[in-house]
Design a protein around this ligand. Structure first.
Ligand code: ADP
Ligand code: MG
Length: 300
């Protein structure tokens, strides 16, 4: 496209809340045949809520939730926010007027699997079974049964290990965005295949994919694994777009022919992307591709 055509399209995009960072993204977007969507915060609202808590030890539930929240309080992850909010709600329920959550020391993020830190003299890991496996923390049948039960209900099970043992778990639900299903079906009508890639477990991922009409799912992938999936799809010679919101999506956003970040997402994702969907509305994936198709059609 001519510099003028790019400028006009970029301006038009901006006025519709689609921020296109440069001409090359605009020129590539019309070729897109596959759109890979992250799950949490992209297909889903990204505001998970704790709907169930299970303590597997004799620890009082409030102490359990406090410890989990202390490990999560400095995490940007939407699940972390849900865990912290839940602990604060328990504070209220127990009539405590303080909303203060103690911060864990030596806080560490394990992208795509959870967080860890020291709460008092306790070593705490909060995350999925991959995080536990990496630390050789055994689950046991009681924990596994609870996980299975949660996942079949499309919930994500957050495990909390204290000093090497799973002390309890929190089940969180994150509803899908109201426009998600329509966008997937509209993309299909444009001959574009939608795929889901997520760090979340297979059972939850499959349940969510079904809700929005996505058939192909890659679950339990870490951030670099997400980028590898993009590269695999590109091997077929098809142009691939990636839509994501998290730090964990940034390698995939960079690897994709067109990286699209959700406006409400993390700064790292926004920086890694070629296009930013300011309104965080999935319909703008179509707006972006459409704008590119029209711009390139005009100059031909
Ligand atoms: P997604 O790909 O769906 O956006 P992530 O890659 O961010 O998800 O995380 C993958 C999984 O790792 C989550 O579903 C959750 O089980 C676990 N996880 C990641 N970060 C956290 C956290 N801060 N607290 C608890 N669990 C987490
Ligand atoms: Mg995400």
């Amino acid at each position: 496209a001519t510099p003028t055509a790019v400028m006009v399209a970029t301006g038009k995009g901006a006025s519709q809340g689609v921020l296109i960072k440069g001409g090359s993204a605009l020129e590539k977007a019309h070729k897109v045949k596959i759109v890979v969507f992250d799950k949490t915060g992209t297909l889903t609202v990204g505001k998970p809520v704790v709907v169930n808590t299970m303590v597997f030890s004799d620890m009082p539930i409030q102490e359990f939730c406090e410890i989990a929240a202390a490990a999560e309080v400095n995490s940007e992850h939407p699940i972390a926010k849900a865990v912290v909010l839940h602990a604060k709600k328990l504070h209220q329920q127990y009539g405590l007027n303080s909303e203060h959550i103690t911060e864990a020391e030596d806080f560490e993020v394990h992208p795509g699997s959870g967080v860890s830190g020291k709460v008092g003299d306790k070593m705490v890991f909060v995350g999925n079974k991959r995080l536990m496996a990496a630390r050789n923390i055994l689950l046991g049948t009681e924990v596994e049964d609870y996980m299975l039960e949660s996942e079949q209900l499309a919930r994500t099970c957050v495990l909390v290990a204290v000093d090497g043992r799973v002390a309890g778990a929190l089940a969180v639900t994150d509803p899908v965005k109201p426009e998600a299903e329509q966008v997937i079906s509209f993309l299909k009508s444009m001959n574009i295949t939608s795929i889901m890639v997520t760090g979340d477990n297979w059972a939850t991922a499959t349940a969510i994919a079904k809700e929005v009409g996505i058939v192909k799912v890659f679950a339990e992938t870490d951030p670099l694994g997400k980028a590898d999936k993009i590269k695999e799809l590109q091997l077929k010679g098809l142009a691939v777009a990636m839509v994501g919101d998290g730090i964990n999506d940034s390698p995939a956003l960079v690897a994709a022919d067109v990286g699209m970040a959700i406006g409400a997402g993390t700064d790292v994702a926004i920086e890694a992307a070629d296009i930013v969907l300011i309104k965080s509305n999935l319909e703008d994936v179509i707006t972006a591709i459409d704008l590119s198709r029209k711009t390139l059609a005009r100059i031909r």
